[in-house]
Design a protein around this ligand. Structure first.
Ligand SMILES: [Zn+2]
Length: 140
């Protein structure tokens, strides 16, 4: 899990204030990134735990219910893309939830303090197709 400020994805040409990436790797090395866009609004208690941990002293750990970090609607856009940090490898499946979560101004300021302006410039679609969908959480 990590964050970018501002967001790396844009919606109608506008970048939300931040974007959280939940990076997954399959046993055979395929990459899937779940992206949660962030708008300024009400404070998020689940994301506060992430913030406390990510900005705490080295070695700080916590347990987070990842489902609690996702927006209430799991409608998403998906496309084939690349990593947004060097080596920017291709072959990454992206799932970007269309409904942002909100963090308070104070929470966003804490993110900015450790992740200020680490967003890769927006890349063109270059013929790629963006698909829409709706996901469901399943507990096992
Ligand atoms: Zn990222």
């Amino acid at each position: 899990m990590h964050a970018h400020t501002p967001a790396e994805h844009t919606v109608d040409g506008v970048a939300p204030v931040a974007e959280m990436h939940l990076v997954h790797t399959s046993d055979d090395g395929q990459l899937l990134v779940l992206s949660v866009l962030v708008d300024e609004g009400s404070a998020s208690e689940p994301w506060q735990t992430f913030l406390d941990t990510a900005t705490g002293p080295d070695g700080t750990t916590s347990t987070i219910d990842v489902a609690s970090l996702l927006p209430s609607s799991l409608q998403y856009w998906s496309y084939d893309g690349s990593l947004t940090t060097p080596p920017c490898s291709e072959g990454v499946s992206w799932v970007v939830f269309s409904e942002p979560v909100t963090l308070s101004a104070e929470q966003i300021a804490r993110l900015d303090a450790v992740h200020d302006h680490n967003a890769r410039p927006t890349q063109g679609l270059n013929g790629r197709v963006v698909r829409g969908g709706d996901a469901m959480l399943r507990s096992e």
